[in-house]
Write a new protein. Structure first.
Length: 296
């Protein structure tokens, strides 16, 4: 199950915003052996991108929240870096965390600070899509139930004294997710069931989704709506495919995506003037949670 969280309040004239991106998680408790490159198992850590919809002025922090369970009674060292091509990491961005030995499984959670490395990109671009990046992780002993979230906190000043101008439309394209679970045989592929999300949608604004699947981590990625057309979208108005209310919806996924190993989704957001209007406005929709369900 993949989950994307976007927190984007637009109220104050000079405000601090926080974006939270769950990048990857290990669904089963199968252990990852010591010395294994975690990003080779949690594919969401490879070549991920993220989107900032504001003109970010001051980045306070870019952190990765990393958690799991250390299974070994031996001392476990966890090495982390970003955009390293080899191990041991030596770019100056690396950090090592030490878990002391214990007679039982030991949960852990810590933050890896990537502000210095990513801040320059955000200051240069402002509003836009950043990446791709790869988060590199290795542990000296076995670890299970890895989970990684990216947390970005930044300061920005909305135009128009806290309202618009907000661009007519924008897009978010997710990282690549793998629709298999640790321990499954490599020949098993997935049947995709439902796409669900929670939104905050001011009057006349628009939230739309498309899904792309592939047998290769690198694509190609062709995005479709529920009727298998590149010009269609999953949204609350598609009553033949979608149901829900009060900002929470679920849609039946097109069978065109079945028997594929990897997936991505794209979100299309439009202000109150409508998609394709090209006219800046004062209202923007928000997506706070995305859940995509599949069966192996």
């Amino acid at each position: 199950m993949g989950i994307f969280i976007w927190y984007h309040p637009v109220k104050a004239t000079n405000e601090m915003n926080t974006l939270v991106y769950p990048l990857a998680q290990q669904e089963s408790s199968q252990s990852v052996s010591g010395g294994t490159s975690v990003e080779s198992i949690l594919t969401g850590l490879q070549n991920f991108t993220f989107f900032i919809g504001d003109e970010a002025q001051l980045v306070k922090g870019v952190f990765f929240e990393i958690s799991g369970i250390s299974n070994s009674a031996a001392t476990n060292t966890i090495d982390i870096s970003i955009d390293e091509s080899g191990y041991p990491y030596s770019s100056g961005r690396q950090k090592q965390y030490l878990l002391t030995s214990s007679s039982r499984e030991t949960p852990f959670k810590f933050l890896y600070d990537a502000t210095t490395y990513i801040d320059a990109d955000i200051q240069r671009v402002g509003r836009g899509t950043y990446g791709p990046y790869t988060l590199n992780i290795r542990a000296s002993s076995t670890v299970s139930l890895w989970a990684v979230r990216m947390v970005i906190t930044y300061k920005h000043k909305p135009g128009g004294g806290g309202g618009g101008p907000i661009p007519a439309e924008g897009w978010y394209e997710s990282p690549v997710f793998e629709a298999t679970t640790g321990g499954e045989s490599s020949g098993i592929k997935s049947g995709f069931n439902t796409l669900g999300w929670t939104e905050v949608k001011p009057a006349s604004t628009t939230v739309q989704f498309q899904i792309a699947t592939s047998d290769s981590f690198g694509g190609p990625w062709t995005y479709y709506g529920p009727d298998e057309l590149t010009s269609s979208y999953y949204d609350y108005s598609q009553s033949n495919y979608c149901a829900g209310g009060s900002g929470t919806y679920a849609c039946r996924i097109s069978p065109d995506h079945n028997n594929k190993r990897y997936f991505r989704y794209k979100i299309h957001l439009c202000n109150e003037n409508g998609c394709g209007s090209g006219t800046a406005g004062n209202s923007t929709p928000q997506v706070t949670k995305v859940i995509l369900n599949w069966s192996p």
